[in-house]
Design a protein around this ligand. Structure first.
Ligand SMILES: Cc1cc2nc3c(=O)[nH]c(=O)nc-3n(C[C@H](O)[C@H](O)[C@H](O)COP(=O)(O)OP(=O)(O)OC[C@H]3O[C@@H](n4cnc5c(N)ncnc54)[C@H](O)[C@@H]3O)c2cc1C
Length: 423
C-alpha cells in the first residue's frame, strides 16, 4: 500500500525530481523510479538517518557520502586523553550500514546543486537525489583567533574537538609533558558542541596527571561565566578527586594565541602553558553554509521535518542546527533528530504527512575519572503553538552523585548509540 502510494506520488507530482535524481547517478547503477535520498556526513545525525530510512522503507535508495574510512566518536574520546581508552575503542567501521542497504560513498561533498538535484563530490561523479540530508557537524571560526589561521599553528596548538588524529596527537602531547607542567584548555562561549565536554576533558586529564605527573596543573579558561553543564557535580569531583590541581577561570575570553611561546592571550591577561588546547568558536559545517540563517553561524529548520528554512528539499541535522531552547549540541540529540527526520522523509516520499508530535530525548554522560560517571538528561517535545521543541518540565534531571554505576551506564550508553547509528 505504502509503496504504491509513493510511486503514485512520484509519478504524479515529482517525476521531475526522480528523473533528476537518476540523472546524477552515472557512478551508481540506476534503479527505475526508486526514490533516492543522499546523506552528506556519516556522523551521529547523518548515519542514523541513513540507517533508519532504509529500516522504515527499504524501497528508498540511500547514498551516504563521507570522507572517512571509519567513524571516530567524540563521546568517550576524552577517555583516550586520560589514557583509559584507545583510539580503536572509539572507532566503528561504516561496513555495518551495508546490512541495511545503505550505499556508502567515500568522498567529500563540495556543493549541493539544487537545480540539478545533485551532490557534487571532490573526486567521484555527482550523486543525484530526491531529497538530501546534510549533517556535517561543526567547523571552526579561526578568524576569531588570528594567529591560529595557519596550518602550522593549527598543527601545534590542537583543539581535538573533532575526534580523530588530533585526539591521538593531544594524548601524545600530554604524555610528553614534564611532571610539573601546565595544561591549559580554552573554551568558547556557548553554543558549542557538547556543553559538558570541556569539563569532562579536564577531569580526564587530571585523572592522568594524578597517576603519572602529580605536580602538574590544569587551567581551564572558560569564556562562559560559569560551568555550562553539571556544574556542582564537576566542582565536587574536582575538589574530591583532584584537590588543588584544576584552576577554573570563568568569564575568560581567549583573544589569540602566541604559538611560539605557548601563551594564550586573554582579555584579562596572558597565560603560558606547556600544552595548549584551544577550542575555537564554532559554526555549521562548511557544506551547510548556504543554509545558515541564524547569527551567520547556524541553520534553522522546520522541526517537524528538519527541512531547511532557507532551501526546500534540504534537511539538516545535528550540530549545524540553530537549536531549540535548552536543546544541546550532542550525539544523543543528533541521533534522535536523525530518526525523526528519517520518519518524516519516508512519510513525505510516500505522500503522507510527517508526524505532528515528535519527541526527542537527551542524555549526556561524563566520566570524571577512569570509573566514575555523572549524567544529565532532558525530554524535548514539539510544541505546535511555538513550532519548536520545548523541554518537558519534570522529565530528566542530573545524577545525585558521581559513582561507578554511572560509569558503567556511560559505557553502555556509548555502545548503544554506536550500534543505533552504525551497526
Ligand atoms: C570531546 C567531546 C565529547 C563529546 N561527548 C559527548 C557525549 O558524551 N555525549 C553526547 O551526546 N555528545 C557528545 N559530544 C557531542 C557529539 O560528538 C556531537 O554533538 C555529534 O557528533 C554531532 O553529530 P553530527 O552528525 O552533527 O556531527 P558529527 O558526528 O561530527 O558527524 C559529521 C560528519 O560529517 C562528515 N562531513 C563533514 N563535512 C562533510 C562533507 N563536505 N562531505 C561529506 N562528509 C562530511 C564528517 O567527516 C563527519 O563524519 C562530544 C563532543 C566532543 C567534542
Amino acid at each position: 500500500m505504502r509503496r504504491i502510494h509513493r510511486r503514485d506520488f512520484i509519478k504524479a507530482g515529482a517525476a521531475g525530481l526522480a528523473l533528476a535524481g537518476m540523472a546524477g547517478c552515472a557512478s551508481l547503477p540506476g534503479s527505475g523510479t526508486q526514490a533516492r535520498v543522499a546523506v552528506v556526513g556519516g556522523g551521529y545525525g547523518g548515519a542514523t538517518a541513513a540507517r533508519y530510512i532504509r529500516m522504515l522503507d527499504p524501497s528508498i535508495e540511500v547514498v551516504l557520502i563521507e570522507p572517512n574510512e571509519a567513524f571516530v566518536s567524540c563521546p568517550i574520546s576524552n577517555m583516550v586523553l586520560g589514557g583509559f581508552r584507545t583510539m580503536a575503542d572509539i572507532t566503528t567501521p561504516y561496513s555495518g550500514l551495508a546490512r541495511y542497504g545503505v550505499r556508502v560513498v567515500r568522498d567529500t561533498a563540495t556543493a549541493i546543486d539544487m537545480a540539478r538535484k545533485q551532490v557534487l563530490l571532490a573526486r567521484g561523479n555527482p550523486v543525484g537525489f530526491d531529497r538530501v540530508i546534510v549533517s556535517p557537524g561543526i567547523d571552526f571560526m579561526w578568524e576569531a583567533l588570528p594567529a591560529m589561521g595557519s596550518p602550522d599553528s593549527q598543527a601545534k596548538v590542537l583543539h581535538a574537538w573533532k575526534a580523530g588524529p588530533q585526539t591521538a596527537q593531544l594524548r601524545q602531547q600530554l604524555v610528553a609533558m614534564r611532571d610539573g607542567g601546565v595544561y591549559v584548555l580554552s573554551v568558547p562561549l556557548a553554543p558549542y558542541r557538547c556543553p559538558p565536554g570541556p569539563y569532562e576533558r579536564v577531569s580526564q586529564v587530571a585523572a592522568y596527571f594524578k597517576a603519572a605527573k602529580p605536580r602538574s596543573k590544569i587551567i581551564l579558561l572558560d569564556e562562559n561565566a560559569n560551568i555550562t553543564s553539571k556544574g556542582p557535580l564537576f566542582r565536587k569531583a574536582w575538589a574530591d578527586l583532584y584537590p588543588g590541581m584544576i584552576e577554573y577561570r570563568g568569564g575568560s575570553r581567549t583573544l589569540d594565541v602566541d604559538v611560539r611561546s605557548g601563551t594564550i592571550k586573554g582579555e584579562f591577561g596572558d597565560q603560558r602553558g606547556d600544552v595548549l588546547n584551544v577550542v575555537p568558536p564554532m559554526k555549521a559545517g562548511a557544506i551547510a553554509a548556504p543554509y545558515i540563517t541564524a547569527n551567520r553561524r547556524w541553520c534553522e529548520v522546520d522541526w517537524l521535518t528538519f527541512e531547511s528554512k532557507a532551501v526546500k528539499g534540504v534537511h539538516i541535522l545535528g550540530d549545524s542546527l540553530q537549536l531549540a531552547p535548552l536543546m544541546p549540541k550532542s550525539a544523543t540529540m543528533a541521533n534522535g533528530q536523525g530518526k525523526v527526520c528519517a520518519a518524516a522523509i519516508v512519510a513525505m516520499l510516500n505522500g503522507q504527512a510527517p508526524s505532528g508530535a515528535p519527541t526527542l530525548m537527551n542524555a549526556c554522560y561524563s566520566m570524571v575519572s577512569d570509573k566514575l560517571g555523572i549524567h544529565v538528561t532532558s525530554v524535548h517535545k514539539y510544541d505546535q503553538n511555538s513550532r519548536t521543541f520545548r523541554t518537558v518540565p519534570g522529565a530528566g534531571g542530573v545524577s545525585a552523585a558521581m559513582n561507578e554505576s554511572e560509569g558503567l551506564y556511560t559505557m553502555n550508553w556509548a555502545r548503544n548509540i554506536w550500534a543505533d547509528t552504525l551497526m
